[in-house]
Design a protein around this ligand. Structure first.
Ligand code: 3HC
Length: 689
């Protein structure tokens, strides 16, 4: 796991633990042994730590957290590196994250390749750095800058890391050779620069700025236990000596590993990666080549999808039926790119390059050269049928035909063609150029190579593709529909829109369902219920009055003078009472916990049905969809993980009660949920092929 080569007085220790050189027990032990051997070897004057692969070190092994630890611990190995009498230089050839950067900071010198990414992302896993990171980084770059970096968890480029003082230099040529040279220079100089001995960056001014940032961060997210802990650990470094402060960090780290928030975030990390593996789709499934794309429809969705291709370097043709719609769509896309360039998130050259990859045309025949065609036209089965039957005669053989439908039957769409094996759904989320999630809808006849190609393409587009089966609304919208239905029912039973929204934001969503409906436009749900059926007596009554939400200044809430946040409207509350009376529903008040249960348990129940029907392969896929497409709070791990933490028996019993109270049999626990509840089981405990 660690290759040792001694040459010219330098021992180069190369870590080789694919795929990301995570610092698991075996690698720690191998590194410790190699280090001990290098220190003992009289021919060695200096040491270089390098790594194989495109990642230097992806951090501690997250999978080991919460399990019995095998020695040596990472802090112990880093202590030995730090205390080495011979200089150690880290050659950072790729990402150095978490424990990876902590290891590099325990060395006496650091050089990085230009492509390296450097950061301490622990906060995103609900923890804080636990191997000296909260102490060494502030000593290198100041407690204020270090705190800000650890608070976002976002890595910086090698160049930025050098300008901040995290690494000594960015090396364009042979990284290991440069690391060797520097290690020998340090050996010649006879003094070893140690981050732990530095105090020049710990100025009173920097401390003041850190305290202000910490106060604000804690205020912004008072429930985030790890933000509090991070502030305490950094503060300890300003008040106590290095070893005492490291002990504070370690105790905070250990406590956080057991925190349910961190457990949920770690679960979500692995669930997201697991989602890339589709049961029954071998890794070596052949792929089709995707060099060009066409997008049908220049609306918000079509434009956003075209941007995804252009951003990934894939030339794309946007196709419309008439000039006006095409021009409007392209203007919108150009406006979005101009905005990004203005904000500095892309350069002007990138803006022009990306816009240059988007061409446009009138008429489906212009899709004939494309390797993939994504239909993003109107959400209407008639329209889709017509497009796909025409595409069948236009598209070149082997082209992938994808529909961006949010609800419709992809099998029926595929049946419009003589090549259903080439058809699948790619359900992007709005705004498509921003949202990571894509539901990849595998239809009955979708060929394995088409699915595998679509999943690869999703990654190329910088998306998070999750495979789902065909059903109305797939995974995300099918479950969302349950929540919407329960929300309407709650209104009739006496909860007010602002109470429901407050319960949902209190749960951790950024927005409640009624504020969200007002933002999206009540006309959308109203029209879709007219097309597809379904009842929402309150929302429909509002829409019938022309109350479409924010865009008309009135919806569930009032938005006077273009306000973005709604205020309560007594008229709406009276309307709800009237509709409830018409439906003969008795009204009462609800606590926030009751509201959460009423809204979320039916979603969990639908998730169980989705698993039974094999629409989703695993609970983790459902959770990945909800966290990344619907803003489910990641620290609650997604609806299925959350359900396990609540207890499936509690949920099943509550659902039976809701069914009895509301007379809605569809609230009865699904067979899978019922079985797991009776067995004392959990979704996590399900075994899948
Ligand atoms: N521990 C265990 N496994 C890890 C890991 C880690 N730190 N980082 C990545 N992996 C695994 C993934 O689960 C995946 O496994 P799989 O192939 O079996 O599904 C595999 O490595 C490849 O990961 P990605 O698909 O994410 O690969 P990418 O090339 O897209 O990204 C990466 C590489 C940028 C390193 C990304 O994996 C990443 O961000 N990893 C996590 C980084 C992180 O959070 N580090 C901090 C860990 S906590 C820590 O260090 C505590 C310390 O302070 C004590």
């Amino acid at each position: 796991m660690v290759r040792q080569e001694v040459d010219g007085g330098v021992a180069v220790l190369t870590l080789a633990n694919p795929p990301v050189n995570a610092l698991g027990a075996a690698l720690r032990a191998a590194l410790d042994d190699a280090l001990t051997a290098a220190i003992a070897d009289e021919s060695v004057r200096a040491i270089v730590v390098a790594a194989e692969g495109k990642v230097f070190i992806g951090g501690a092994d997250i999978g080991e957290f919460g399990k019995p630890q095998h020695p040596p611990s990472l802090p112990d190995v880093l202590d030995r590196l730090d205390a080495s009498p011979k200089p150690v230089v880290a050659a950072i050839g790729g990402a150095a994250l978490g424990g990876g950067l902590e290891l590099a900071m325990a060395c006496h010198g650091r050089v990085a390749a230009p492509s390296a990414k450097i950061g301490l992302p622990e906060i995103k896993l609900g923890i804080i750095p636990g191997a000296g990171g909260t102490q060494r980084l502030p000593r290198l770059i100041g407690p204020d800058v270090a705190f800000a970096m650890m608070l976002t968890g976002e890595p910086v480029s090698a160049e930025k890391a050098a300008s901040l003082g995290i690494v000594d230099a960015v090396v364009l040529g042979d990284l290991v050779a440069e690391a060797r040279t520097r290690a020998l220079e340090l050996a010649d100089a006879g003094t070893l620069p140690r981050a732990r001995d530095r105090s020049d960056a710990l100025t009173p001014e920097a401390r003041e700025r850190f305290e202000a940032q910490a106060a604000e961060a804690v205020k912004r997210d008072p429930e985030a236990t790890n933000v509090h802990a991070l502030a305490r650990a950094v503060r300890a470094g300003l008040e106590q000596d290095f070893d005492a402060a490291v002990a504070v960090e370690r105790a905070e780290f250990r406590a956080l590993v057991e925190d349910p928030r961190s457990k949920a975030l770690r679960y979500a990390f692995f669930a997201e990666r697991e989602a890339a593996r589709v049961p029954g789709l071998p890794k070596d499934t052949p792929r089709r080549t995707i060099k060009t794309a066409a997008v049908i429809g220049a609306g918000t969705m079509g434009g956003g999808i075209a941007m995804c291709f252009a951003n990934a370097g894939i030339p794309v043709t946007v196709i419309e039926t008439e000039e006006g719609a095409l021009a409007r769509g392209l203007d919108r896309v150009k406006g979005l790119y101009a905005g990004s360039a203005k904000r500095g998130s892309i350069t002007e050259a990138h803006r022009d390059e990306r816009i240059g990859r988007i061409s446009s045309a009138i008429g489906l025949e212009h899709a004939k050269e494309a390797d993939i065609i994504v239909e993003a036209a109107f959400e209407d089965m008639g329209v889709k049928r017509e497009i796909f039957s025409k595409l069948d005669s236009i598209a070149k053989p082997g082209a992938i035909l994808a529909t961006n439908t949010s609800y419709l039957d992809v099998n029926a769409i595929a049946a419009m063609t003589g090549r259903p094996q080439d058809v699948l759904g790619l359900h992007f989320f709005s705004p498509a150029n921003v949202m990571r999630l894509v539901e990849v809808v595998r239809a009955e006849k979708t060929a394995p190579d088409v699915l595998a190609t679509a999943l690869d393409l999703g990654k190329r587009l910088n998306k998070l593709p999750v495979t789902v089966g065909v059903c109305f609304g797939f995974v995300g919208n099918r479950m969302l529909e349950r929540r919407s239905r329960a929300g309407e029912r709650l209104l009739l039973e006496g909860a007010l829109p602002h109470e429901v929204d407050a319960a949902v934001t209190g749960f951790g969503f950024r927005m409640g369902p009624f504020a969200m409906a007002d933002l999206a436009g009540l006309d959308i749900g109203w029209r879709s219920r007219k097309d597809f059926g379904g009842r929402a007596p309150v929302a429909d009554s509002l829409a019938e009055q022309g109350r479409f939400g924010q865009k008309t200044g009135r919806g569930f809430y009032l938005y006077p003078d273009g306000a973005r946040t709604g205020t309560r409207d007594p008229e709406v509350e009276a309307l709800i009472a009237r509709v409830a009376a018409e439906h003969g529903v008795a009204r009462r008040s609800f606590t926030a916990d009751e509201i959460v249960a009423r809204l979320m348990y039916p979603m969990v129940n639908e998730g169980a049905r989705i698993l039974e029907e094999r629409i989703a392969a695993r609970p983790g896929d459902i959770d990945t969809i909800w966290i990344n497409g619907y803003n489910w709070p990641a620290w609650r791990g997604g609806p299925m993980h959350w359900a396990d933490t609540v207890g499936l028996r509690t949920i099943a019993e509550a659902l039976s009660r809701f069914a009895a109270e509301t007379g809605d049999d569809s609230q009865e626990p699904a067979p899978l949920l019922k079985r797991l509840a009776a067995e004392g089981g959990s979704f996590a405990g399900l075994k899948y092929a």
